[in-house]
Write a protein that binds this ligand. Structure first.
Ligand SMILES: CC(C)(COP(=O)(O)OP(=O)(O)OC[C@H]1O[C@@H](n2cnc3c(N)ncnc32)[C@H](O)[C@@H]1OP(=O)(O)O)[C@@H](O)C(=O)NCCC(=O)NCCS
Length: 190
């Protein structure tokens, strides 16, 4: 794996030689669920806008992941030496007129493991899952100004528009969200 530098709160930590394994989960066993809960808690504490306000406590975080485990969700995790360091999932549209469509949700990388290409790998993997499931149109949204916008734009996601005051931050400030889509197969989608 390539080395990477991380700049956070004045720290620079060089990270090297880490193998990241991406895999799809068939179900959520308790140890994985606890690790996913830790990641979402840490991301929220780090300022992420992902549906929660700080402080996010373990029971709420675990309850969220339990709610994700449904037949219409495909869940991926990224692991380093058996520890979960990232995740993303795909919500398959279930209505009859939307069976070609899915929403990408909760792309999260543990704060200490960010800036190493893990999110990009998760996104590539979730797009493969979408193709396998026959979903050629992906939609997602993310907070205006977040680094995630750069990732999605670099992967050919197209901005649809912005919704002002879509969410409130942990500091109770209203913030806008940016909505994106991507045609995985523009010919099929036309
Ligand atoms: C957004 C997030 C998933 C990115 O994870 P990551 O593993 O650090 O991302 P990657 O290392 O794969 O970076 C991919 C691209 O994203 C952009 N990027 C990611 N973090 C960035 C940052 N802090 N500053 C600037 N660009 C950034 C860059 O374009 C980067 O490409 P590059 O490395 O070739 O320049 C991570 O920051 C995170 O978990 N944030 C909190 C949760 C969140 O906001 N998720 C998005 C919800 S929609």
């Amino acid at each position: 794996m390539p080395s990477a530098q991380r700049h956070k709160r004045g720290q620079t930590v060089r990270l090297t030689n880490v193998d990241v394994v991406i895999r799809e989960l068939a179900g959520l066993d308790p140890p994985i669920l606890d690790q996913l809960a830790s990641i979402v808690i840490d991301c929220v504490a780090d300022g992420a806008s992902i549906g929660f306000v700080a402080p996010l406590l373990p029971p709420e975080a675990r309850e969220f992941w339990r709610s994700v485990e449904t037949p219409s969700v495909r869940l991926l995790i990224a692991e380093v030496e058996g520890t979960v360091v990232g995740t993303v999932h795909l919500q398959l549209a279930t209505r009859a007129n939307g069976l070609h469509r899915a929403e990408v949700a909760k792309l999260l990388v543990a704060p200490m493991m960010q800036r190493r290409g893990i999110a990009r790998r998760l996104m590539n993997a979730i797009e493969s899952v979408a193709r396998r499931e026959g979903r050629c149109l992906l939609v997602l949204d993310t907070r205006e100004g977040d680094p995630s916008n750069l990732l999605y734009q670099s992967m050919a996601y197209v901005e649809v528009g912005r919704v002002p005051r879509y969410v409130r931050s942990s500091e109770r400030v209203f913030e806008a969200t940016v909505i994106y889509y991507k045609d995985l197969d523009p010919v099929l989608a036309s």
